[in-house]
Design a protein around this ligand. Structure first.
Ligand code: TPP
Ligand code: MG
Length: 317
């Protein structure tokens, strides 16, 4: 199947899954906080499309999109959101601590920047093993305010570790804009002073993100230097939760409307139509994905919780 369609399918799955969360979350059966990915679908879709199944990704508490782009496993996703025994993590991880190592989704964490050094360790292990695997670590712009981000960048560049750092920059750490947090103006300009391949792109054009990532990977294979990708996007919903928050006073709805007019999912759909794809063909794919989501959520709702003994297995007490 063609690249453009593959990329669209990934993004459509993510968007529709989150729209389904918005529909069912008010029932209060999904007992996990929700840090929604709406607006950032193109970044994870483009990057994950350029990785192989065995390559490894690490994420943050905002990782619905990353999990679905890397694993495609919406059934496991909803089982976990409902906290059910049928989920790989048996409901002990929730939305912020997903993990599917068999598909290369190595983990995500609620502590800002904490998965970056873990990803670096995995990438170093890959280098030592000589297995050619790539590690991609995704984090928000707020994570770059943490010392461990800079320490990890430094070691990765010093030791030529095969890792892609992906900064998903939505301008905010909760409600605080970058201008109130940083003593510099351009993050990519600073990172460019490291021995690193620095690339950036338009975060709503999934094909461009795919090409940019491929270029980064090719450069890394040639010069052994890590890659830093910087993508700006707009978070559509509140920091945590399923609602809009334009009445909170820290950002304007007009800005959202500007970004919405270049929405990554509808943009790719229009691209496909103008590249000769048939409306019916696209609708058929969408219907298949809709059905998969519907089945997954129904299965999750009907599945049992794990028993008390299981609940305490493999967790810290
Ligand atoms: C070490 C640490 N400090 C503070 C927090 C509280 N906190 C949760 S999310 C967040 C903002 C992070 O912003 P960013 O990295 O840009 O991610 P985004 O939510 O925008 O995706 C903060 C400060 C935390 N979870 N961990
Ligand atoms: Mg942010």
């Amino acid at each position: 199947m063609c690249l453009g369609i593959e990329l669209y399918k990934k993004m459509y799955l993510i968007r529709k899954t989150e729209e389904t969360i918005i529909k069912y979350y008010p029932e209060d059966e999904m007992k996990t906080p929700m840090h929604m990915s709406m607006g950032e679908e193109a970044i994870v879709a483009g990057v994950c499309q350029s990785l192989s199944h065995d390559d490894q990704v690490f994420g943050t508490y905002r990782s619905h999109a990353l999990f679905l782009a890397k694993t495609g496993d919406v059934c496991d996703f909803f089982a976990e959101m409902y906290g059910k025994d049928t989920a790989r993590l048996k409901g002990k991880g929730g939305s912020m601590h997903m993990c599917a190592p068999m598909s290369g989704f190595m983990g995500s964490s609620a502590i800002v920047a904490s998965s970056i050094p873990v990803a670096l360790g995995a990438a170093y292990a890959n280098k030592r093993a000589g297995n050619n695997k790539i590690v991609a670590t995704f984090f928000g712009d707020g994570a770059t305010d943490e010392g461990v981000f800079w320490e990890s960048m430094n070691i990765a560049c010093l030791m030529k570790i095969p890792i892609i750092f992906i900064c998903e920059d939505n301008e905010f750490a909760v409600h605080t804009p970058g201008t109130e947090r940083r003593g510099y103006s351009s993050l990519p300009d600073i990172i460019a002073k490291f021995n690193c391949n620095v690339l950036k792109g338009v975060a709503t054009d999934v094909e461009e993100i795919y090409q940019t990532t491929m270029e980064g990977i090719n450069l890394m294979r040639k010069n052994q230097m890590p890659v830093f990708l910087h993508f700006k996007y707009y978070r559509y919903l509140e920091h945590v939760g399923i609602f809009e928050d334009f009445d909170a006073g820290y950002r304007e709805k007009e800005e959202f409307l500007k970004w919405q007019s270049i929405d990554p999912v509808s943009r790719q759909r229009s691209n496909l139509l103008s590249n000769g794809y048939d409306e019916k063909e696209i609708e058929n794919l969408e219907n298949e994905i809709d059905l998969m989501i519907k089945t997954s959520i129904m299965k999750a709702k009907l599945s049992p919780f794990c028993d008390a003994e299981e609940l305490f297995r493999e967790v810290c007490r």
